[in-house]
Structures are given as structure tokens and as C-alpha cells.
Design a protein around this ligand. Structure first.
Ligand code: SF4
Length: 444
């Protein structure tokens, strides 16, 4: 995997990933302490300029740490530095989440920035959970990466040590390198990053994404012949990402929405119009919430029995009153999507697996919310889990086996609309040739 470790000059995390065979690079404005593969540049530039699977960020915590509130808190003369740091770090996070193909982690101590990071799952860890008998509360904001599991708990051993050893990091003597030395990642934590996030089973991108299923179910070449073809995000896709972030923040009760959201370097205004358009989706999801509802928002979903080839991000999934609900927000103004499309079926199968729902008769509600295409914003189809299993086994499985076997058969159809191979595909050219001939034949 291609791994970027941003704002790291020690190379500890980079080398942990390298030791496991990944193509990892550290990046900082200053040179790497011990040399090695290092990009001496602005981390935002490194994100913009290169492709990454995992991005791990260690932004400066000076103005962000809760412990610094005496100097940087509200009404303090240096508060503007905290405001600037939050803005810079939030922008960095958004860029990384939009760019990384597998996931993002941002490390900071107890920090005021975590509450500003959209889609972040925040976890606190200590070095004593990873073989170092020391205390140091370390926060990890995670996007699409699993929480870090402890690897060697030495809490009891730590407790019998004198305080100056247990809290060595906090009481390092003042020196010109104090800040630098305190911020180095513990080797046990770095090893856990590499071991748990660099798992070979986590492919860089879904070989067969649910959103393009109409295409790869019909045409294996759309996957087998496009493995290394870049797929740049369109402006509409980026706007959709921004809208999803706003919807999630609203649903999570964030009453102070940002004025704008940056997605892959482009800014999108969080306008009253955007919020109005999101209202049907937000209202529908809120109607599913309740004390007995299991709900997930913006959740990475892996579809079972698909050879680890199908996964994607579910906007909203809920299990309530014995029924499953999958809700997908489409913010674009394009074509109306059928709620029973393969994309939502895959999400439902992944959701059932995640929530361990195994009742074949369980009703599954597939809901599309398309507020900007005119007509009804919310459309729902109902099916059962048993029907979805049947579809998976008899329609999806054969298509996946062909792709897994490297089948390069081209099969043109309406689905070609979204294919990146159009310009070189013989089947696509032939189909259009036939269509054009038919049109000209009809002319008087
Ligand atoms: S253009 Fe159409 S036929 Fe050709 S590879 Fe893509 S989806 Fe298949």
C-alpha cells in the first residue's frame, strides 16, 4: 500500500509500515531525522500531488491541545493561533479523507480539533496498551480505519514504576528538542498501526464498488481492464461529498455548521439552499432514530461472500422493529436512481452482516433520497433479506468469479456511460457504430 505519514520527521511510523513491505513515505517541512524515504514539503502539497491508500497525520498540537487552553483558550491573547490551527488541521483532514483510498488517521493528544473533524471516529489510547510502561493520552481520529486494538497491555507493570518513569514523556527536561522528542510516536503504537491498518485483506480500493455494480455485473472488462486507470472526482462528486458531510454533522447534532467545506482542494459553501435540499434526507433518517434503533451513519460496509471485493460507504443504515433500513443520499441533479438498484442491495447485505441480522424473512427497506431531481425526494422499495441472499448467490457470485478469474470480456450497454474505458473499448465503439448506422439508415 502507498502510505503517507504527514508531519513526521522521526520516521518511526513510516519505518513500521516499510518493515511490512508497504511503500511508506514520511513528510515534513524539515528533513527527516534519520534520512529514509522522506518528502520535505508541505503535507497538503504531498496529498494533492500523489496518490495514497492510507494517510496518517501528526499535526502540531501546540495550539490544539486541551492542556494549552491557558494560553490558547477563548479570550486569551493567543486564541487566534488556536483558531488558525483548527482551520488548518480541519482542511488537512478533509483533504486527506477525500484523497486516501483506504483510510485516514490523525493523531493528537486530548485536542480541541477532534470535534471539528467530519466523519471522525475518535479513540484514545496509551503507550501502556502497546508494550511501553508509560502514560500518555493519545487521541486518534479515524476515517474508514478500524479502531486500534491493544497489542501488549503492561498497565500493571507500569503501576509499580516511579512516577518520573510512568510519566516520562510529560516531564522531559526542557531543551531545544523537548517538543520534538515528546511528539515521537512510540514504536509499539507505530507497529500496531502497520500491523492492523496495513492488513493485506484491506485492498486499496473496492475492486467492485457498489456504486458501479450495474457496470461490472454486466461487463467484467470494466474492472479487469481498468485496474490502474485513475478516476478523478468530478466537481459534482465533490459537491456530493460536501453535502454528505453537512448531513452527517446535522444528524450528529452539530448546531454550528461550517461556512464552507473543502473537498480535494475545492471549496463548497454550506448555503441555506444546500441545507434545504438536505432536509428530506435528514428528516427521514431522524424518523428512524429511537431508543431501540441500531443506527450507523457514513459507515464503511463490507459485503460478505464477495471475495473481499465489494465494499463501500453506507450513508445511513438502521435496524429497528425487526426491519432493516438502508438510506442513500444522492445530491446530484442527474438521473433518478431505482431504490432497488444493486448499490442499495449491497449496502443492505453489508448492513445485515454488520448488525448480525440473519433472519431470511426480515424486511429490508431500500430508500433513495434524491432531493434535487424534481418529483418525490424520497423513494422506497421493500424486499427481504432472503431475496437479497438469493440475488447475491445466483446473480452476483457468477459475475464476481469471472472478474476474479481475470475475464476481459467486453459487454457494452447503457452501463458504459460511467466507464473510464470508453475511448479504447472495442465493444463500446461497435455498439455506437451500429447505433449511428441505424440512425443514418433511417434518414430520407
Ligand atoms: S466501455 Fe462498456 S463494454 Fe467497454 S469495458 Fe466499459 S463497460 Fe465494458
Amino acid at each position: 500500500m502507498r502510505v503517507l505519514v504527514g508531519c513526521e520527521e522521526s520516521g518511526v511510523v513510516r519505518d513500521a509500515f516499510r518493515a511490512r513491505g508497504h511503500m511508506a513515505w514520511s513528510c515534513d517541512l524539515v528533513p527527516a531525522r534519520n534520512g529514509g524515504p522522506h518528502l520535505q514539503m508541505d503535507v497538503k502539497q504531498a496529498i494533492r500531488d500523489y496518490d495514497w491508500d492510507i494517510i496518517i497525520l501528526h499535526p502540531d498540537c501546540t495550539a490544539l491541545a486541551v492542556s494549552g487552553s491557558f494560553y490558547y483558550g477563548t479570550n486569551k491573547p493567543n486564541n487566534f493561533k488556536r483558531v488558525e490551527a483548527v482551520e488548518w488541521t480541519t482542511d488537512l483532514w478533509n483533504m486527506a479523507c477525500a484523497k486516501a483510498r483506504v483510510g485516514v488517521a490523525l493523531e493528537n493528544p486530548l485536542s480541541v480539533v477532534f470535534q471539528h473533524l467530519a466523519h471522525a471516529d475518535v479513540q484514545m489510547i496509551h503507550p501502556w496498551q502497546f508494550g511501553h510502561p508509560e502514560k500518555k493520552a493519545t487521541g486518534l481520529a479515524l476515517y474508514s480505519l478500524p479502531r486500534l486494538a491493544e497489542t501488549a497491555n503492561v498497565y500493571r507493570e507500569m503501576q509499580i514504576l516511579p512516577k518520573h518513569l510512568r510519566e516520562r514523556n510529560r516531564i522531559i527536561s526542557p531543551s531545544k528538542n523537548r517538543k520534538r522528542d515528546r511528539s515521537v510516536t512510540y514504536s509499539g503504537i507505530a507497529a500496531a498501526f502497520a500491523a492492523q491498518w496495513g492488513l493485506p485483506t484491506m485492498s486499496a480500493h473496492a475492486a467492485c464498488s457498489p456504486s458501479s455494480a450495474n457496470m461490472w455485473l454486466a461487463c467484467p472488462a470494466s474492472v479487469t481492464l481498468t485496474k490502474d486507470v485513475p478516476r478523478p472526482s468530478s466537481r459534482y462528486a465533490k459537491e456530493g461529498t460536501a453535502a454528505h458531510q453537512v448531513a452527517e454533522m446535522t444528524l450528529k447534532g452539530d448546531i454550528f455548521l461550517p461556512d464552507k467545506i473543502t473537498v480535494e482542494g475545492d471549496e463548497y459553501i454550506v448555503s441555506p439552499g444546500m441545507c434545504r435540499a438536505l432536509n428530506p434526507y435528514v428528516t427521514h433518517v431522524q424518523s428512524l432514530m429511537g431508543p431501540y434503533t441500531e443506527m450507523v451513519l457514513e459507515k464503511r460496509i463490507k459485503v460478505p461472500n464477495t471475495f473481499n471485493m465489494v465494499w463501500g460507504t453506507l450513508d445511513c443504515g438502521a435496524f429497528t422493529k425487526g426491519e432493516l433500513h438502508v438510506v442513500d443520499l444522492k445530491f446530484g441533479k442527474g438521473v433518478a436512481v431505482d431504490p432497488a438498484s444493486p448499490q442499495l442491495r449491497f449496502y443492505a447485505l453489508g448492513l445485515a452482516d454488520l448488525l448480525e441480522v440473519t433472519i431470511p424473512d426480515a424486511v429490508v427497506h431500500l430508500t433513495i433520497c434524491q432531493p434535487r431531481i424534481g418529483g418525490e425526494a424520497i423513494r422506497t422499495r421493500a424486499t427481504t433479506l432472503g431475496e437479497l441472499w438469493q440475488w447475491l448467490d445466483f446473480e452476483v457470485d457468477p459475475a464476481l468469479r469471472k472478474i476474479k478469474a481475470g475475464d476481459t470480456t467486453e459487454n457494452a450497454g447503457a452501463h458504459c456511460r460511467w466507464c473510464v474505458r470508453q475511448t479504447e473499448c472495442k465493444a463500446f465503439a461497435a455498439k455506437h457504430q451500429t447505433h449511428a448506422s441505424a440512425v443514418f439508415d433511417d434518414l430520407p
